[in-house]
Design a protein around this ligand. Structure first.
Ligand SMILES: Nc1ncnc2c1ncn2[C@@H]1O[C@H](COP(=O)(O)OP(=O)(O)OP(=O)(O)O)[C@@H](O)[C@H]1O
Length: 295
């Protein structure tokens, strides 16, 4: 009998999850799964969840929350045989959208019932794990303000982005890969990812493949404010490569020198990184419950 541990974040996405555990128990009974639960507290969850997983030994750990909850589960199980499943219940749900996981509760449960598992690449970022995307510059600044504020949801994120945009000054970065300098100039933001898009469906890396052994460095160069709507349109229509202000590089390791110590974020959480940030791909290091691949 497959053992599933559900990790429920009671506050994510501002969604009431009081009755959710009962629904999950009914689902597990119907599918002959064994279930247990871990409710996050926001305090020391990583260590407590590791203990719970060691004690219960599940085959699947299912994150019921947003990107932060998915990232918490991934940190506890990556490079093991335990698989991550996702029932999206957050504000952005970036990774689950990128992986094609249904955003509807019942459809996400159906995926769990079928549990097709695929291993995806992750990134080591100065010894920290990134499973979706990280960046430095404008978006990281917005993420930091969002995390320090007390309003959740996509509306709050968009409001902060509008407030910060007018005054934002691009900063200087140097990027080195394969011992060569591949970029040395100012940028508005630099995103490092092997996925395709942010939770807001902004496709910064439209041809990204999550298990090809490489990641992409996506550079958005300084641009006149009058071009911002055009850039946004291209980002929403999978067409960013046609902008003269963007470059993407594919590689398996790289270092970014963040000369002015701009804010950095990993999977939606601001992180202190220092000026030298090294990225290394970790091929097929996280097993994930995904929709079956159709040719
Ligand atoms: N019981 C709790 N009380 C307060 N905060 C909590 C609790 N459990 C988890 N958290 C906090 O919730 C945050 C993670 O939330 P999560 O990312 O899953 O949802 P979200 O921010 O609404 O969605 P998304 O990241 O997809 O936009 C973490 O900062 C974590 O510390």
């Amino acid at each position: 009998m497959t053992k599933i541990l559900f990790v429920i974040n009671p506050i994510s996405g501002d969604i009431d999850k009081e009755e959710l555990a009962d629904d999950l128990l009914v689902f597990c009974r119907q599918n002959q799964f064994k279930a247990d639960f871990y409710k996050t507290t926001g305090e020391n969850d990583e260590a407590k969840l590791k203990d719970k997983i060691n004690e219960y030994a599940p085959e699947i750990v299912c994150a019921v929350g947003g990107d932060g909850t998915v990232s918490l589960v991934a940190k506890t199980i990556f490079k093991t045989d335990v698989a991550l499943a996702i029932i999206p219940q957050g504000s952005g749900n970036g990774l689950s959208k990128d992986l094609g996981i249904p955003q509807d509760f019942d459809e996400a449960l159906q995926l769990l019932a079928e549990h097709h598992i695929m291993a995806i690449d992750t990134l080591d970022v100065n010894g920290m794990l990134s499973i979706h995307l990280c960046d430095v510059g404008f978006n990281a600044l917005v993420v930091e303000r969002f995390c320090n504020g007390d309003t959740r949801g996509p509306g709050a994120y968009a409001w902060i982005a509008m407030q910060e945009f007018m005054a934002y000054e691009p900063k200087h970065y140097t990027i080195i890969s394969d011992e060569k300098v591949i970029f040395d100039a100012e940028a508005f933001m630099i995103t490092i990812t092997n996925a395709k898009a942010f939770g807001s469906n902004i496709a910064i890396n439209p041809t990204g493949v999550i298990n090809d052994g490489n990641f992409e460095i996506c550079i958005l160069e300084p641009f006149p404010k009058s071009s911002s709507l055009g850039i946004l349109y291209r980002l929403y229509t999978d067409n960013i490569d046609n902008s003269v202000y963007t470059h993407r590089f594919s590689c398996s390791s790289a270092t970014i020198i963040n000369h002015s110590g701009e804010v950095f974020q990993i999977d939606g959480e601001p992180e202190e990184m220092g000026k030298e940030i090294t990225f290394t791909v970790q091929p097929k290091s996280l097993r994930v419950v995904l929709p079956p691949v159709t040719e």
